[in-house]
Design a protein around this ligand. Structure first.
Ligand code: F6R
Length: 610
């Protein structure tokens, strides 16, 4: 949801900002812009469209060198993507970039209009910059810092801000409330960014702003103030990602690279949590005794992370016999869920910044329920707000469509389920060890699926012109149907729906006509015959069926047009293997249809607004 960067130092600010924005483009790509401190004042260049358009515009301007500036890449909320709605928003005295939403911008705008202030754009951000400017000019004259504080005191909503004042051309003010923001520490130069990849070319040392913090960033140092304006220190962290981890590394798209990084991500996530062959959460507060006392589990997340929660629920209930519910975070937060202090809420998030998920976490905590977060980004808002954290180690996920983060969310939830079931006496030590060993070799198990990409590419070529398709499955396969379907529609723009296979004949089957693709997933022994019958029902009505099943399943004549075989593997862990061809199918469909795989339309990687 919008990326912001800021720089003060000795290099070309234009170059540093463009480089940072390129790394943050996954957060939004409706428009981009920069504001640079120059001799005569602040110079703003911005434009609708991808960063490339801005880059060309800047080249044509051929501006003198600037050593301080701010930049923005936008995911539109207030006002359509256009030049005028792009950030930075500015007055001659001040320029700002903003990620978040100013909720009370309407009344603030009305007040300013009544005072004679004029507006060009439809954005909430322009209201904020005009408000800051208004306080800059107030009598008696205010310092930029005082003006900024006065304006922010009137604002409701969420924001990560980068602010540049004409009268302080070497300083960036960075402010954070409910939207992520970090500062980077260099030698004789310092940085502001929404996320770590924007810094990695220059430094790996960074500090995370806490709620309400303001950082005053100059080339020779950074000062922090807390929400009450008190000077504070913030810890300096070192990113363990290097620049290469955030590059395509020879792959045509980040998504394909990230799909292929899954074996390594599995090892990085699972190995550190296995001690002497047994799963070890390494969270002292979640002792076996504590695990025995849990009454209900609520898995809460959005999108793909929520689909991971569905696999987690099935594993937890099947192995540990603890009731587990999956909730969509945006529903959970407003539906007054029934929560008990003996329950456990598991929050799942790649970015650790998803606004609805964070709100769900806060709700659970306000009801006195312990929260365990499964998160990929160290130091993210969700990681910091949770009681306990199980980090996933996928490394940076840049493609908007989540793949490797989902994979390691599954692995982490399996590990949790194993320990929970063992602690509660539902899994013997021998069985726990066996399952843990199977999980440890998941990276190896999925290698052939990565190598089979030609088969999946061929299938995609057979279905490339389809308008609409259906995924069906039961149990784990239903959870995977939802994820396979989401991957396909978000990046290839093919309409797709996922159904519990037994549910199809309760209405949806009326949509099956000649040639409609049905992707049937049948990897679970107890129900695969049922799913195969459901596939056959669609085939009899003209569907073109792709069946994903395991090696030894006998598929009767006339059920499927294409059969994709998976290798034998523990059935409980089969989702780890099955998801790979589904990811590849979505990927190749998107490539063959000429879609922008890594940056699908209307989407953004990190959803920090409701
Ligand atoms: C889809 C996708 C999204 C995210 C969702 C939650 O490919 O990536 O559905 O899973 O927006 O994001 P996180 O995991 O960052 O909370």
């Amino acid at each position: 949801m919008c990326g912001i960067v800021g720089y003060s130092g000795k290099r070309s600010a234009q170059e540093v900002l463009l480089n940072g924005l390129e790394k943050l483009e996954y957060r939004g790509y409706d428009s981009a812009g920069v504001a640079l401190a120059l001799e005569g004042g602040i110079y703003v260049v911005k434009s609708k469209g991808r960063l490339e358009v801005l880059r060309r515009k800047l080249e044509a301007e051929n501006l003198p060198e600037s050593f301080c500036g701010i930049g923005h890449t936008r995911w539109a909320t207030h006002g359509e993507p256009s030049d005028v709605n792009s950030h930075p928003h500015s007055t001659p005295r001040v320029s700002i970039v903003h990620n978040g939403i100013i909720e009370n911008y309407g009344p603030l705008k009305a007040d300013l209009l009544a005072k004679g202030v004029t507006f060009e754009s439809e954005t909430d951000t322009e209201v904020l910059v005009k408000l800051i400017d208004y306080f800059c000019c107030a009598q008696p004259k205010q310092s930029p810092l005082a003006a900024l504080r006065e304006a922010l005191a009137m604002v409701r909503g969420s924001y990560a801000l980068g602010v540049l004042f004409r009268d302080e051309p070497d300083t960036i003010y960075a402010v954070k409330k409910e939207s992520p923001l970090i500062v980077g520490w260099g030698e004789g130069e310092n940085f502001v960014a929404s996320d770590i990849p924007a810094l990695l070319k220059y430094t790996r040392r960074y500090s995370v702003l806490e709620e309400g913090d303001m950082a005053v960033v100059k080339a020779d140092g950074i000062r922090f103030y807390d929400a009450f304006g008190k000077p504070v220190e913030r810890e300096v962290l070192t990113a363990d990602w290097d620049e290469e981890a955030a590059e395509k590394g020879g792959y045509p798209h980040f998504m394909l690279k990230e799909i292929h990084e899954q074996p390594a991500a599995i090892t990085a996530t699972v190995s550190p949590r296995v001690e002497d062959g047994m799963p070890d959460l390494r969270i002292p507060e979640l002792s076996d005794e504590k695990l025995r006392s849990i009454r209900n589990i609520h898995l809460v997340a959005c999108g793909t992370a929520m689909h991971a929660g569905m696999v987690g629920k099935t594993a937890i209930e099947r192995l540990a016999r603890v009731p587990a519910e999956v909730d969509i975070a945006s529903e959970f937060r407003y539906r007054d869920p029934i929560l008990d202090p003996d329950d456990l809420v598991i929050i799942i998030s790649q970015s650790g910044e998803t606004s609805d998920t964070l709100a769900a976490l806060r709700l659970a905590k306000s009801r006195g329920v312990p929260v365990l977060a499964v998160v990929n980004v160290v130091g993210s808002s969700i990681a910091r707000a949770a009681d306990y954290v199980l980090y996933t180690y996928a490394g940076p996920e840049i493609a908007v469509a989540s793949t490797k983060a989902y994979m390691v969310q599954l692995c982490t939830l399996y590990l949790f389920a194993f320990r929970l079931a063992y602690a509660r006496g539902r899994l013997s030590e021998a069985e726990t060890r066996r399952l843990t060993a199977e999980l440890l070799r998941a990276g190896e198990v999925i290698q052939p699926r990565l190598a089979d990409c030609e088969q999946i590419k061929y299938l995609a070529s057979r279905f490339v012109n389809t308008q609409s398709c259906f995924f069906i499955g039961r149990g784990f396969d239903y959870a995977l149907s939802l994820e396979g379907s989401l991957k396909l529609k978000e990046i290839s723009y093919v309409h797709s729906d996922a159904y519990a296979a037994g549910e199809l004949k309760h209405g949806t089957i009326s949509l099956i006509t000649d040639g409609v693709p049905v992707i049937a997933l049948a990897t679970q022994k107890q129900v695969y015959e049922k799913t195969i019958s459901n596939a056959k029902e669609t085939k009899s009505r003209g569907a073109r069926v792709i069946l994903f099943t395991t090696k030894n399943v006998v598929v009767p004549e006339g059920v499927a047009d294409y059969v994709v075989r998976l290798d034998d593997y523990d059935e409980l862990l089969m989702p780890l293997q099955l998801i790979v061809p589904l990811q590849l199918f979505a990927y190749y469909m998107a490539v063959l249809r000429g879609c922008d795989v890594d940056k699908p339309r209307n989407l953004a990687k990190s959803v920090t607004v409701e």
